[in-house]
Design a protein around this ligand. Structure first.
Ligand SMILES: CC(C)(COP(=O)(O)OP(=O)(O)OC[C@H]1O[C@@H](n2cnc3c(N)ncnc32)[C@H](O)[C@@H]1OP(=O)(O)O)[C@@H](O)C(=O)NCCC(=O)NCCS
Length: 150
């Protein structure tokens, strides 16, 4: 689904744009995914596991825009993607429809300034709005910032 565009201000005063990623953002999204995978070991993929296929990335972005039970909150510094937070339905089975998966990753230069808190709050509000009752995530035991946020 598409989210409403807005300007957000970090604790250090930087102003960023929160909006849905569009097809035109496919390359900057790929760059951001690789960069965040390189910067820490906290994400599930190693950088070399990320496909550089831009047409595939465009399809993933379009699928997320069309999905009724999924929302991406993507953060841009100008035209550059620097963070993303998402919720998406866990499975389509009726017994599991109340559960959604949560994911978040910011480039290191944008960490520790309240952005994770802003994005997570928006994701929780959206999950409630969509009728989810349970939000699920995984986190490595040594991810102090992640655990502090959750
Ligand atoms: C984890 C992540 C999303 C947190 O976002 P963030 O913008 O850095 O976090 P915030 O600035 O909103 O701070 C969240 C909390 O963590 C605390 N915190 C910040 N830096 C910290 C640190 N180094 N150690 C412990 N706690 C820390 C903050 O004080 C805050 O707690 P508070 O609200 O009680 O003050 C972000 O750091 C990130 O994307 N990291 C790399 C990828 C990653 O780990 N993703 C999650 C995978 S499970």
């Amino acid at each position: 689904m598409r989210i409403k565009e807005e300007t957000i201000t970090l604790k250090d005063g930087r102003e960023l744009t929160l909006r849905s990623a569009e097809e035109k953002d496919a390359q900057t999204m790929l760059d951001y995914i690789v960069k965040t995978a390189e910067e820490t070991h906290f994400l599930v993929r190693y950088p070399e596991e990320i496909s550089p296929d831009i047409e595939r990335e465009k399809r993933i972005i379009n699928d997320s825009l069309e999905a009724e039970a999924s929302a991406w909150f993507t953060v841009f510094d100008g035209d550059k993607a620097v963070g993303n937070c998402s919720i998406s339905r866990h499975r389509n089975h009726i017994k599991l429809k109340h559960r959604c998966d949560f994911a978040i990753a910011l480039e290191q230069a944008y960490c520790g300034c309240g952005l994770g808190t802003i994005l997570m709050t928006k994701a929780i509000d959206k999950a409630k709005e969509l009728g989810f009752e349970q939000i699920e995530l995984g986190v490595y035991a040594d991810n102090k910032k992640g655990i502090a946020l959750y």
